[in-house]
Design a protein around this ligand. Structure first.
Ligand code: PMP
Length: 356
């Protein structure tokens, strides 16, 4: 008996391992530090705007997301036709691969990096080419440029890199772009861009203006604290933005997500103050870890990376016992999001007791 069979590459799609929820234990608060979320809830003004919009949820959203495009264009001083919004920046990554890759085409990215990359690439029938990150967790941009072949259609640069933490500098990105052929699309995944505090940071908008093959992907999930709404945006040259919109899921960005994103952009200053508080906590955590002898890589996102090899599972269990849920990558290491000060204190407690 024959049954419908998905394309063979569907069976090859690696699973996405989502961060576990907090463990429920009587008498103990447990913190979820496993998904790089913002520990702050949406601002009250954002919640109110969404509540007002809920009453019209019998209607489809504005498919063209016109008000959101206008607000993004104004905020970032870019033409609206250089933008494309989607269901999270992960939606944009899927759309980029779908729009630019035929089966068998190659997509180069660093590894370890964001786990959705090989999923999106395999789902489209394209081939992942992984360039290992350097021992300090930074992208090996030379190796990535050298990995480009005649079949390469996209290079994904994740900066700051999830899960290892470092970001590339503008000088590094410029040198890389000079080496990559102009018909190859360079996607700069800036999911954590608002958390970057370093010398010579990438100016993504200025960079895409200079290069017809550069597109940025960004999200409302991290700095803006809207992960549950699922909204992200790409900024790039008009033909790339148009291709993304062409392959987008009709009505993919819900009306409440559009409202939440606009209301958050209207309150951007206040949200960026929260980001500054999280960055201060990140500094406290990284310094505390280094004082305790941990050689953690530079952390430019809202998370810290522990390279633990075979001890990863033990670390995750020990964290759970202290009431923090981390994201283990089996046999490699654990990524821990920066959370509330109390949650971060528990991470420092763990770093004191767990051998480094
Ligand atoms: N890019 C990177 C590097 C990420 O870490 C994430 C979220 N973990 C995303 C993109 C996707 O975020 P979202 O789909 O919520 O916008």
């Amino acid at each position: 008996m024959s049954s419908p069979q998905p394309r063979p590459n569907v069976a090859d799609i690696p699973p996405y391992v989502a961060g576990k929820p907090p463990t429920v234990r009587p008498g103990m608060v447990s913190y979820k530090l496993s998904s790089n979320e913002n520990p702050y809830p949406p601002l009250p003004g954002v919640v109110e705007a969404v509540q007002d919009a809920v009453g019209q949820m019998n209607r489809y959203p504005d498919m063209g997301s016109a008000a959101l495009y206008a607000k993004l264009a104004e905020t970032f001083d870019v033409p609206a036709d250089h933008l494309s919004v989607a269901t999270g920046s992960v939606g944009l990554i899927y759309q980029l691969v779908q729009a630019f890759c035929d089966p068998g085409d190659e997509v180069v990215f660093a590894w370890r990096s964001f786990e959705a990359y090989p999923i999106a690439v395999t789902a489209a029938g394209a081939t992942s080419v992984r360039a290992p990150v350097l021992p300090d967790g930074r992208h090996d941009l030379d190796a990535m440029a050298a990995a480009v072949t005649d079949r390469t259609r996209i290079v994904l640069v994740c900066t700051p890199n999830n899960p290892t933490g470092p970001a590339v500098t503008q000088a590094e990105l410029d040198a890389f772009l000079a080496k990559v052929p102009e018909h190859v699309l360079v996607v700069v995944d800036e999911a954590y861009v608002e958390f970057v505090r370093m010398a010579d940071p990438v100016d993504g908008i200025a960079t895409y203006r200079r290069h017809a093959n550069v597109v940025l992907t960004r999200t409302f999930s991290k700095a803006y604290g809207l992960a549950g709404f699922r909204v992200g945006y790409a900024v790039g040259p008009a033909p790339i933005a148009a291709a993304l919109r062409a392959v987008s899921l009709p009505f993919g960005v819900s009306s409440v997500a559009q409202v939440a994103a606009i209301a958050s952009l209207e309150r951007r200053e206040e949200l960026l103050e929260r980001v500054a508080a999280l960055v201060a906590e990140r500094t406290r955590v990284v310094e505390g870890l280094r004082e305790r002898g941990w050689a953690v890589p530079e952390a430019q996102g809202n998370f810290v990376w522990f390279e633990l090899g075979a001890r990863t599972a033990d670390f995750a269990v020990a964290a759970d016992e202290l009431g923090i849920v981390v994201r283990p990558f089996a046999g490699e290491g654990a990524r821990v999001s920066i959370g509330e000060p109390e949650a971060n204190d528990r991470l420092l407690d763990l770093a004191t007791t767990f051998p480094h």
